[in-house]
Design a protein around this ligand. Structure first.
Ligand code: COA
Length: 368
């Protein structure tokens, strides 16, 4: 038996080095290249944040519009059944883009920009095609979040909604060695191309343990329905051993700083006042009850809770929430691809073998 230490899920294992994002779970702090998330949300745009992640410099201004879809990508999206998972549509887009552009090694910032600006056009196009509507050409005066809303709904987005989604994109851009980012880095470490790495990342994020609970937060609040009904509902769910959606985190032992930033954004949004009032009341009650039931385990609100408010507030259908999260993470994934390539070493850990001892096939004598 190999007696070297083994940590299931690699929990607590240092598996690389990065200068991109720092997640301080104990203190509830998140920084991108040293800048705190709340400042980035308050004073920055997603385009600036993406450039910061890719290049290391904070640009005074930046413009990142959505990109036109190549014909072959459009043809692939049209060939998908309307029932396809939006994450599959996104992964297919990246795969087709990689096949036609054949991005080489090493990956470049231009490739990172191209993939990040392609994905919102593709998701918007797929969402329209599955409803029997025609895709809409990008408006290259709009920034990524506004351009996505424009191509999704076919009308100029309300500036406050576009700003709210941009803020959501900033909070989703980067988060250390989460499963999808790690998958992208493993693929890059083989000197494979950036499209393959992002396909793998999308695949990893599609899983429900990663790709998010915001649509379940919406369902949860829908079921709760009113502040008066909240206590009975929460007690019932906790008595049945269910998880409250939008609470708890593997890393944070404090209030998720992204939730705080998004709550602030949500409070400035029109049209969700009633929903938000219920959300805030349920949050207070849920945190109190989680503290009573788990006095030794800090369980606070996580990013998904207020992400739900923003995504719902800008009018996205809940089944697009996970893929919209993936749009935001493109900047982080591709920045990690660049960082991995710049100091590459093939990622190839060892595994502890726990199977049969060496033996012979039935009827075969050893060494005969
Ligand atoms: N609601 C109720 N209880 C919760 C809880 C939640 N949201 N999150 C954790 N707990 C409880 C667990 O039941 C467990 O209790 P036990 O020790 O009595 O069995 C304890 O807290 C520790 O949970 P654990 O599974 O070790 O936490 P984790 O670090 O593995 O889980 C999450 C992290 C995010 C998977 C978990 O908190 C969760 O399922 N949250 C709800 C889904 C969600 O919001 N996901 C989005 C994350 S960004």
């Amino acid at each position: 038996m190999d007696e070297r230490p083994y940590s299931p899920g690699l929990e607590g294992v240092l598996a690389g080095e990065t200068s991109l994002g720092k997640v301080d779970g104990e203190r509830g702090r998140l920084t991108y290249r040293g800048y705190p998330i709340e400042e980035l949300v308050r004073a920055g745009t997603y385009a600036q944040v993406a450039e910061l992640l890719w290049t290391g410099d904070w640009p005074a201004s930046a413009h990142l519009p959505t990109a036109p879809l190549p014909e072959s990508v459009l043809a692939a999206l049209r060939a998908l059944p309307p029932t396809s998972h939006p994450m599959d549509a996104l992964r297919t887009t990246t795969s087709v883009w990689g096949a036609i552009n054949r991005p080489g090694w090493p990956p470049t910032v231009d490739q990172a920009r191209a993939l990040t600006s392609l994905a919102p056009s593709a998701l918007a196009a797929f969402a329209r095609i599955r409803q029997g509507l025609e895709p809409i050409e990008p408006n290259d005066e709009l920034e990524l979040a506004a351009g996505f809303l424009y191509q999704l709904f076919g009308q100029m987005p309300d500036p406050a909604a576009a700003r709210a989604l941009d803020a959501y994109f900033i909070t989703g851009a980067e988060h250390g060695f989460n499963a999808s980012t790690f998958a992208a880095r493993v693929i890059t470490s083989t000197q494979s191309d950036i499209a393959s790495a992002v396909c793998g990342a999308i695949g990893a994020m599609k899983g429900p343990l990663h790709g998010g609970a915001p649509s379940e937060v919406v369902n949860q609040l829908h079921e709760i329905g009113s502040v008066e009904h909240a206590e009975v509902w929460l007690d019932g769910a906790l008595d049945r051993g269910e998880r409250l959606m939008g609470f708890g985190h593997r890393v944070y032992r404090a209030y998720d700083p992204r939730a705080a930033a998004l709550r602030h954004v949500a409070e400035g949004m029109a049209g969700i006042a009633d929903w938000l009032k219920l959300a805030v009341a349920v949050e207070d009650m849920a945190q109190r009850k989680l503290k009573e039931r788990h006095p030794d385990r800090p369980l606070f609100t996580n990013v998904e809770y207020y992400a739900a408010a923003v995504l719902q507030g800008v009018g996205l259908p809940p089944d697009l929430f996970p893929a919209t999260f993936a749009l935001s993470r493109h900047a982080g994934w591709t920045a990690h691809v660049l960082e991995q390539a710049a100091a590459n070493r093939l990622i190839r850990p060892d595994v502890r073998y726990v199977g049969h001892a060496e033996r012979s096939l039935p009827g075969v004598t050893a060494n005969s």
